[in-house]
Design a protein around this ligand. Structure first.
Ligand code: SF4
Length: 293
């Protein structure tokens, strides 16, 4: 629970606040960008503008329940049932944002893809019973796709609840994930179903992998990010744990794919009106990465 006594002084005065436990994961800024912003001075998120309209208050409460560290509070302890019920949040085309980020994955964002052949959960949200009940109502989970070893969070609980097949690259399997049901080998794309393509993208970790859905959406984990405002794609040298050269090669390989929507594990998302425009954005990200040794 957020503590008023630890409220960051940079918060705008009013009902909502962020306390000193914030890990700067950006989830609140994505969920409620009208209310939350990053403070360079605090090295954390703050409430930059107090929400007033009902819709903005709901977005701020959704940020509160999505926050992985319970760092967001309200002075009058506003009820949040409506915010809990708002997740998974439909983004369009059968893709949902799960909210309820987990601290163990540094607030990684998890997505649900609802499809007739069986739903896909991309990375693990916090296994909160009310969220899992809503996922069940949407058809449960057939595949739990884990983009890399850092964002596995509550994968074991999810596998028990849904009886799903967990999928991850063999090179990222650790003692905590040795029981995953399906491992991907090698560096070439592997088809998981007619509309699902696993794309190994070594770089951030040796076994990082992206998931391409329907030549529409590319779930990129920590391989490729979008800025908070969704205007630019970029790869991060700072959080490249395995090989920057490999990551640049993996970025270049994305130019062969068709997608118009990038949904990363952290920061913002980017959607374009065409695959050719998105390819240009991906090329820009590659060009930027090539400038960094
Ligand atoms: S969601 Fe929570 S931890 Fe993440 S930036 Fe916002 S306040 Fe900080």
């Amino acid at each position: 629970m957020a503590r008023l006594s630890d409220r960051l002084p940079d918060n705008a005065e009013g009902e909502f606040y962020v306390d000193a436990s914030c890990i700067d994961c950006a989830v609140c800024r994505n969920v409620a960008p009208a209310a939350f912003a990053r403070s360079d001075r605090a090295g954390a998120s703050i409430v930059a503008k107090q929400p007033r309209a009902d819709a903005d208050v709901l977005r701020a409460k959704m940020a509160l329940v999505a926050c992985p560290t319970s760092s967001i509070g309200t002075r009058s302890k506003l009820p949040v049932d409506d915010a809990v019920a708002a997740f998974p949040e439909p983004l369009g085309e059968g893709i949902y944002f799960c909210g309820f980020a987990s601290e163990s994955s540094y607030g990684a964002q998890s997505y649900l893809v609802v499809r007739p052949e069986g739903n896909v959960l991309v990375d693990s949200p916090r296994a909160v019973p009310r969220l899992l009940d809503r996922i069940e109502a949407l058809g449960g989970v057939r595949f739990l796709f884990l983009t890399h070893r850092d964002d596995v969070a509550d994968h074991a609980k999810l596998a028990r609840r849904f009886g799903c097949t967990r999928v991850m690259h063999a090179a990222d399997v650790t003692s905590g994930t040795r029981d995953v049901e399906h491992t991907i080998e090698g560096d070439r794309p592997v088809r998981l179903d007619h509309d699902l393509l696993v794309v190994p993208v070594p770089g951030h970790t040796r076994g990082s992998a992206a998931l391409l859905y329907r030549e529409l959406a590319l779930f990129t984990g920590d391989h490729l990010f979008a800025t908070d405002d969704g205007s630019r794609l970029y790869a991060s040298r700072e959080v490249c744990w395995y090989s920057w050269d490999a990551q640049k090669r993996s970025l270049a390989a994305l130019l062969d794919l068709e997608y118009s929507w990038v949904l990363p594990g952290h920061e913002g998302r980017m959607r374009s009106s065409s695959t050719s425009i998105m390819r240009a954005h991906t090329r820009d990200a590659l060009d930027d990465a090539m400038l960094i040794p």
